[in-house]
Design a protein around this ligand. Structure first.
Ligand code: SPV
Ligand code: MG
Length: 317
């Protein structure tokens, strides 16, 4: 059977994330919040999808502050995994609670066909790393290391990929503390460590990589230090680079600008050259596959789409 959706991530036998990173392949993950945004990232050439907590919260219209539940995040990440053929790494914040919550989170995300997840050392409730003037407490390094161990021991598939993330630099604790925490999380079994920074330049990230002596890959999220390229980060030791929210931010700008134009003129034709034609949406959701599935599985008298509904009859809209 074909049907209009690709296989769930993990069904294929392509090289695992860990193997690719171990072989020195630099990977790029792109943030997504639903099936369509993930498919756009896949079509653009992303190696992996990042099921971004920031994006999923924004899409729900709430701040990125542990306001959505584990199952709400899971629902979106599972939808993403069903929508693309590349692996998905879910942003699981702090595991939605203590080590026991995080272990359950591991089981649930793994069972949904998600390739891996990331847990950070923010205390519950976490606040987005970029919010100013809000509470910012880290759990102790030993508590987070135990959480990492609980997640690794909870996973059932050998290749489920756990990223342990430290917010030490975000909390202003400095590179030495970030290195100490990252080392402990790697020792506890993490498959990679993510060190996050909100500085406008990558100096801290460069220093961290220079001093890093662990043997698991490093992960960077160049949201604020945005001048540095993925290739440069790969070269200094960050095997995985996550562009976490650029898709959503691009979409917001386009929608805001276009709706301003639309409501000022009141005429949809003014947007014709500022948006994709309907046919592009048909392509993205797999209309061709639907046609093939209908031809294969419906009695022929039910598959005859009236000429007036075919995209070609819509005059290029
Ligand atoms: C996210 O995408 O939710 C992340 C990355 O955690 S960031 O927002 O840059 O902290
Ligand atoms: Mg997040």
């Amino acid at each position: 059977m074909t049907f209009s959706v690709p296989p769930v991530t993990g069904d294929d036998d392509s090289e695992t994330i860990a193997t690719r990173l171990r072989n020195g392949v630099g990977l790029i993950a792109v943030g997504a919040h639903d099936g369509l945004s993930a498919r756009l990232a896949e079509h653009a050439g992303a190696d992996l999808i990042w099921g971004s907590g920031f994006e999923i919260a924004a899409a729900a219209g709430v701040p990125d502050a542990n306001l959505l539940t584990m199952t709400e995040q899971l629902e979106q990440c599972a939808l993403i995994a069903r929508s693309v053929g590349i692996p998905v790494i879910a942003d699981c914040d702090n595991g939605f609670g203590n080590a026991i919550n995080a272990a359950l989170t591991t089981r649930r995300f793994e069972a949904a066909g998600i390739a891996g997840m990331c847990i950070e050392d923010n205390a519950f409730p976490k606040r987005c790393s970029f919010y100013e003037g809000v509470g910012r407490d880290l759990v102790s390094a030993s508590e987070h290391a135990l959480k990492v161990r609980a997640c690794k021991e909870a996973q059932r598939r050998d290749d489920f990929f756990l990223i342990a993330r430290t917010e030490a630099l975000i909390a202003g604790a400095g590179v030495a503390e970030a290195l100490d925490r990252a080392g402990r999380y790697a020792d506890a079994g993490a498959d990679a460590v993510l060190v996050h920074s909100k500085k406008p330049d990558p100096a801290q990230m460069v220093e961290f990589a220079r001093q890093w002596s662990g043997d698991v890959p490093l992960v960077a999220v160049p949201t604020t230090y945005d001048e540095v390229s993925a290739a440069e980060l790969h070269r200094i030791g960050y095997g995985l680079v996550i562009f976490a929210n650029q898709g959503l931010r691009s979409a917001i700008r386009a929608v805001e600008e276009n709706l301003r134009v639309l409501l000022a003129s009141g005429r949809a034709a003014d947007l014709r050259d500022r948006m994709v034609p309907l046919a592009r949406v048909f392509d993205l959701v797999g209309l061709e596959q639907l046609r093939a599935d209908e031809a294969a599985y419906l009695p022929s008298e039910l598959t005859l789409v009236p000429q007036t509904l075919r995209p070609s009859a819509l005059g290029g809209l």
